[in-house]
Design a protein around this ligand. Structure first.
Ligand code: AMP
Length: 176
């Protein structure tokens, strides 16, 4: 079993019946687990010539900022729509109920930059694919993505791989 699972708290039937919510705040608040996890993600990045880290709002910020700091590179926030103050690119995606959209600043990425994409968990991959498309719109390449948790049965990590993105996860759980 992955060491990180000891620090993930599972809340059954949140926010809906049948969902096992994987709460990672219990990793973030732990003085051993949080830096160890960031170090493992940073190790994965060694030798990959990554230019910037893009974190998906909001838990991706907590991970991505720390990884960028450890790698000594910049951080790009991938935000929910309407939050960024300058010109943005926008990408809509489908949620369980309805639609949402992510945005990045149009000048956040230089043409051809190699961007590491980061979020806490990958499920269907809808969020991550929207972020990937957004980064590509901005001129970046997403060759690598990191998540704490994979829910492989929902197919998101496979979809990213099929789109040319290598996926690194610290743990995987069966089911939703
Ligand atoms: P998806 O777009 O289906 O891959 O869902 C990924 C996003 O939804 C991530 O930002 C996660 O934080 C959140 N998410 C989806 N399923 C769960 C779950 N079981 N527990 C915690 N967060 C989840």
């Amino acid at each position: 079993m992955s060491w990180i699972k000891e620090y993930v708290r599972t809340i059954p039937d949140y926010p809906h019946e049948g969902i096992m919510f994987r709460d990672v705040t219990t990793i973030f608040e732990n003085t051993d687990a949080y830096p160890r996890m960031i170090h493992e993600f940073a190790n994965f990045c060694q030798g990959k010539s990554i230019d910037k880290v893009a974190g998906i709002e909001a838990r991706g910020f907590i991970l991505g900022g720390a990884i960028a700091h450890e790698l000594g590179i910049g951080f790009i926030p991938v935000r929910k729509q309407g939050k960024l103050p300058r010109n943005t690119y926008k990408e809509e995606y489908t949620l369980e109920y309805g639609q949402d959209a992510l945005e990045i600043h149009t000048d956040a990425i230089r043409e051809g930059e190699n961007i590491l994409m980061v979020d806490d968990l990958i499920a269907t991959g809808g969020t991550a694919m929207a972020a990937l498309n957004l980064i590509q719109k901005g001129g970046g390449r997403v060759a690598n993505a990191c998540f704490i948790i994979d829910l492989p049965e929902l197919g998101g990590s496979k979809m990213l791989t099929q789109n040319g993105c290598s996926v690194f996860t610290l743990s995987s759980y069966e089911g939703l």
